[in-house]
Design a protein around this ligand. Structure first.
Ligand SMILES: [Fe+2]
Length: 161
C-alpha cells in the first residue's frame, strides 16, 4: 500500500504500517500458515501479541484520531471512525473472555477489521482531511500528533514475538 501522506499525518500513517503487520501476523498464524512474520502460533502467544499492540499503540492511536481529527470530520466519517474503533475493542475483549473455542475467531475478526479500517483511513479518510483542513490547523494537528504519538515513543517493538 502506498502511503503518500502530508508530513502532518505521518505519525498516524507510520502506526498504520504497524497495524497492518499485526493484522497480517494474526491472520497468518490463525490460518495455520508456516510463515507468520515472527508471530507465535499458540493462542496465548497471539493473545499476548494483541494485548501488547492494544496497550502500546492501538488505544493511544485511536483516541488521538477521535480527539484530534474528530473536529474536522463529517458526521458520517465520524460515525464510522467511532463505530469501527468500538467494534475492534469489542473483538479484543471477546478474544480474551469468550470460551476458548471462540477466541481465535474473535482475534481473526479483529485482524480483518483492523486491516479494512486502516485501508479506509489511508485511502479515503486522510485524503479528505488533507484536502479540507486548512494549512494552519493542519500544522497544529501535526504538532499534537507528534507529541502524542512520536515523542511518547510508543510501540516500537510490538510485532516481535
Ligand atoms: Fe488509524
Amino acid at each position: 500500500m502506498a502511503l503518500k501522506r502530508t508530513r502532518e499525518l505521518k505519525p498516524l500513517s507510520s502506526e498504520h504500517h504497524q497495524a497492518l503487520l499485526v493484522a497480517f501476523q494474526l491472520k497468518k498464524a490463525i490460518a495455520g500458515h508456516a510463515e507468520t512474520a515472527g508471530a507465535p502460533r499458540d493462542l496465548d502467544g497471539l493473545l499476548a501479541l494483541a494485548r501488547r499492540y492494544e496497550d502500546s499503540v492501538f488505544r493511544n492511536h485511536t483516541s488521538a484520531e477521535e480527539e484530534l481529527l474528530g473536529g474536522f470530520l463529517s458526521s458520517d466519517d465520524m460515525r464510522r471512525l467511532l463505530g469501527e474503533h468500538a467494534q475492534m475493542r469489542e473483538f479484543l475483549e471477546r478474544a480474551r473472555s469468550a470460551p476458548e473455542g471462540d477466541r481465535r475467531g474473535a482475534l481473526l475478526s479483529f485482524a480483518d477489521l483492523l486491516e479494512r479500517h486502516v485501508r479506509w483511513e489511508e485511502r479515503e479518510l486522510f485524503p479528505r482531511c488533507e484536502e479540507q483542513i486548512g494549512a494552519e490547523a493542519l500544522a497544529s494537528l501535526g504538532h499534537e500528533l507528534e507529541r502524542r504519538l512520536v515523542l511518547a515513543g510508543r510501540g516500537a517493538t510490538v510485532h516481535r514475538a
